[in-house]
Design a protein around this ligand. Structure first.
Ligand code: T68
Length: 842
């Protein structure tokens, strides 16, 4: 914008005073102190850790913003194809540590803080997690943003600015209690763009008329308007000046603060109520993972966010002055699951109703633009919306969906004239009562590529839920992009000492940008000093976790014990129940031992963490059982240090950062074929932990990469699941004997009121054991015994640990993003600008 830019002769002063890189600790101190004094209006007499966190965050934010602005200018100037990542969840966690590390100024800040009387660890701890997600899907989106920026791709994330993220979990008498997570009291990482707003329409009706050329036109009229306001969050890449944007939409009443007419006529309450109703849209994150409940407010959230994002994307494209036919060569939009599927009919609506394009021309743009990532094959998680609700809330979109469906079905009928049943099976509209719109089908039809998130999962997508679409479109539309994780947060930030040890052998930190370089540490696997430090780091990480457990629960852990960790959302398919039944089995075995036998036992600490969806009663029962079993075992003097069972309250991203580096073994034990990928499995192995797992999700590819001697696999295979389930229902099966003994204890009241846990037991004994806990129990327990044996051999264990880390290069989210860029998006990076602040490693 020429008119508002600083004239050439005056730019020198501007350049001179723009924030620069901290050359020394003092530079950081100057800015941090200034922010505490002026931005916070505090002084050295009332600067606590929270205030110092704020000063530090603001000092770094100043720098980030410089690179952010320059990146956005450079991307506009480059005028290349951009990728927009639409996700209803971004589980970002804390930003400060990540920002300091990505711009490689954490050391300078640590020195500066120490000079002001603060410790870096304490300051970092002050930050509230940005917890705008449930679990793996939301964290994947956050890892992707980190990689997109690090790899210099011109990319934006689009999401919702929830006032309440995922609830905080408290454990009261062994039960989960949900507490609201209000996280916006002080958030230095977002910039409200009150000038960037979009009016979003709901309800109303469709008008149809003929234009001057006799062409039938439609427009969506009436209803109500809610305003979307942009909040922007900078996303710095590692070792590059590229700083991308995450745009989160907040909702607000369209009429501003109040409806003044109502207000002046005395209807104060109802005018405030309108405002609150509008703000409700972005008020709270739905706390269900892998479950859909069909609530109207959820559909409103989805449309609100899709419509605001699309309007923004289209506005940016129109500024380039290009012709519409270039839209899809300039714009790629990735749909993170089916949650943003309404973006498909919304873009079609914009193009035909507002921009005046013909249907066919518009549709070819739409379906070239979008691509869809599927994250689950579980039927209860597949999104469906009733036709009635859609008609009421989005009447024009329903018409467009019907037209998309009609044209698609006509195509199917022409191509497969003999297969009448096929039409019903692939129709977007499920002919049930009530009729439902199947969002995954709409997403497939409106996208040019569909991917699963690990090989087995992508195969299952093609052979189960989308089988008929493979027949219709051929196999090339369907692909796999195995998930990845960012090594910056999940190695360098979470485990700085391990990262430093690796860097010392590799001659620097290049592996953080090219994780395949890790394979060079395999050459040091026999280096005695290296192995000693490797072991010492794991022990130190376990000691740190033990301190946390002691401080929060009073339970004392022996850091030399085998630490066995299962942290993830609580879900029947993830089978925390298998783990806790295994703990009871182990407990019974210890109780039956002689003093001599006990001496041979490998002491074990089993740690659980994870939230249950508030309405998921069975998952809450599992949490309750874990806590009750822990109470009994942890206080049994006959067991002592041989077994402890701990539940970590309120598992979140920042807790993962100290749990992941502290595991010897972690559990990824879903019923085969149910976990799409899993990503914490990758995090644990990258930090030198071994895993016990089923042949499911990315466990299979982890095995292929690290070698089957380095992983403890057990259990039935995905191809056998159907038959096993059948056997349960039709009686050719017997409850596993050891498991029966575990159930006896539960039913005898050993862990408190047995009736509390009867549903859990009955699901297995009486209701078909859908998740095959009994079928896998024997193999699970035997594998745990094998793990004990292996752990006794410290040398062998250390070799497995180092070898596994060396072979984990494939699981960087950088590899994953490069695959998306090449196979799905067809986009190229933009050379980062030279700035005073970021150092370019390359
Ligand atoms: C997870 N899905 C998969 N869903 O379960 C996991 N669902 O295997 C995979 O690694 C990960 O996605 C990344 O691909 C989820 O986390 C949800 O959280 C979710 C949220 C709302 C509605 C449905």
């Amino acid at each position: 914008d020429v008119q508002s830019s600083i004239p050439e002769p005056q730019r020198e002063a501007w350049t001179k005073f723009a924030p620069q890189r901290f050359a020394k600790a003092e530079d950081f101190q100057r800015d941090a102190v200034r922010h505490v004094e002026t931005s916070l209006a505090r002084s050295m007499y009332n600067c606590d850790e929270a205030a110092m966190y704020a000063g530090t965050a603001l000092a770094f934010r100043d720098r980030l913003v410089m690179d952010w602005n320059k990146t956005q200018q450079a991307h506009t100037f480059a005028d290349q194809k951009r990728i927009y990542y639409l996700s209803l969840e971004f589980l970002m966690g804390r930003a400060l540590d990540n920002a300091m590390l990505n711009v490689q100024q954490k050391d300078v800040a640590a020195e500066g803080l120490s000079g002001l009387g603060f410790r870096m660890e304490d300051i970092i701890e002050q930050e509230h997690d940005a917890a705008l997600g449930n679990g793996g899907l939301g964290r994947l989106a956050a890892c992707f943003l980190d990689s997109l920026a690090t790899l210099n791709y011109p990319a934006w994330g689009y999401g919702l600015r929830y006032r309440y993220g995922i609830f905080k979990q408290e454990i009261v008498d062994g039960y989960q209690v949900e507490v609201p997570d209000y996280w916006l009291d002080f958030n230095p990482w977002e910039f409200a763009r009150h000038d960037v707003t979009v009016d979003i329409q709901f309800y109303g009706h469709v008008d149809k008329w003929q234009d001057e050329n006799g062409k039938t036109k439609c427009s969506w009229e009436g209803g109500e308007i809610v305003k979307a306001v942009a909040f922007d969050v900078p996303v710095p890449g590692y070792g590059t000046s590229t700083t991308n944007n995450l745009r989160l939409w907040g909702s607000k009443a369209a009429s501003g603060e109040f409806d003044f007419q109502k207000f002046n006529s005395g209807e104060y309450e109802s005018s405030v109520a309108d405002q609150q109703r509008a703000e409700t849209i972005s008020a709270v994150l739905y706390p269900n993972d892998n479950l859909e409940r069909g609530k109207e407010l959820r559909l409103k959230q989805q449309y609100f966010w899709c419509a605001a994002s699309l309007s923004d994307i289209v506005r940016r494209f129109k500024k380039t002055g290009r012709a519409w036919k270039e839209f899809s060569s300039q714009t790629a939009i990735q749909l993170n699951d089916t949650h943003p599927t309404l973006a498909i009919p919304e873009l079609q609506r914009i193009l035909i109703d507002i921009e005046g394009l013909e249907w066919d021309e518009a549709w070819s743009i739409v379906h070239q633009t979008f691509a869809y990532t599927n994250h689950t094959v579980l039927p209860e998680a597949l999104e469906k919306w009733s036709v009635g609700l859609m008609q009421h809330l989005l009447p024009r979109h329903l018409q467009i969906i019907y037209e998309i469906n009609l044209q698609f079905l006509q195509y199917v009928e022409r191509t497969f004239p003999k297969d009448r049943d096929l039409l019903g099976r692939v129709s977007i509209i499920e002919e049930s009562n009530p009729k439902m719109v199947r969002m995954a089908f709409l997403a497939v039809i409106g996208s040019h590529k569909v991917n699963g998130v690990a090989e087995l999962h992508s195969d299952l997508v093609k052979t189960t839920i989308l089988k008929d679409f493979v027949k219709v479109y051929g196999p090339d539309k369907f692909t796999n992009v195995t998930n990845g994780i960012t090594p910056r947060r999940w190695l360098h930030q979470a485990n700085p000492r391990l990262s430093a040890l690796i860097a010392s052998k590799l001659g620097g930190y290049d592996f953080l940008k090219d994780l395949t370089l890790l394979n060079k540490i395999e050459a040091h696997v026999d280096d005695a000093e290296f192995r000693k430090e490797w072991q010492a780091i794991k022990l130190a990480n376990k000691e740190r976790l033990a301190r946390h457990v002691h401080e929060t629960t009073g339970i004392t852990l022996n850091p030399k014990a085998l630490f066995d960790i299962q942290v993830k959302r609580i879900h029947e398919y993830k089978r925390q129940q298998l783990n806790i039944f295994g703990c009871i089995h182990r407990y019974l075995a210890i109780k039956a031992m002689s003093a001599e036998e006990k001496k041979k036992v490998v002491p074990r600490v089993t740690i659980f963490g994870g939230k249950a969806a508030p309405g998921y009663w069975m998952a809450k029962t599992v949490i309750h059982l874990i806590n009750k079993v822990g109470d009994v075992i942890n206080n049994d003097p006959e067991v002592g240090d041989l077994l402890k069972v701990v539940f970590i309250e309120d598992y979140n991203v920042s807790k993962a950062e100290f749990l992941v580096p502290a595991s010897d073994i972690s559990e990824h034990i879903s019923t085969a074929g149910t976990e799409a990928s899993g990503t914490s499995n990758m995090k644990f192995v990258l930090n030198g932990g071994l895993i016990i797992g089923t042949c499911d999700g990315a466990n299979i590819e982890i095995t292929r990469e690290i070698g089957e001697n380095n992983i403890f696999l057990f259990g039935n295979l995905s191809e056998d699941v159907e038959e096993l389930r059948h056997n349960h229902v039709f009686g050719t099966y017997q409850l596993n004997e050891s498991l029966a003994k575990v159930f006896d204890q539960i039913q005898n009241g050993k862990f408190g009121d047995a009736s509390q846990f009867s549903a859990l037991v009955n699901a297995i004994v009486d209701h078909g054991d859908f998740y095959l806990v009994s079928d896998d129990f024997e193999s699970y327990c035997q594998t745990q015994d094998l793990i004990d044996e292996s752990y006794k051999n410290v040398d062998e264990w250390t070799t497995k640990s180092i070898t596994s880390v060396a072979r984990m290069g494939f699981f960087s989210s950088d590899r994953c993003i490069d695959e998306y860029a090449e196979v799905i998006w067809n986009i190229e990076p933009v050379a980062p600008t030279k700035t005073d602040f970021a150092v370019d490693l390359a």
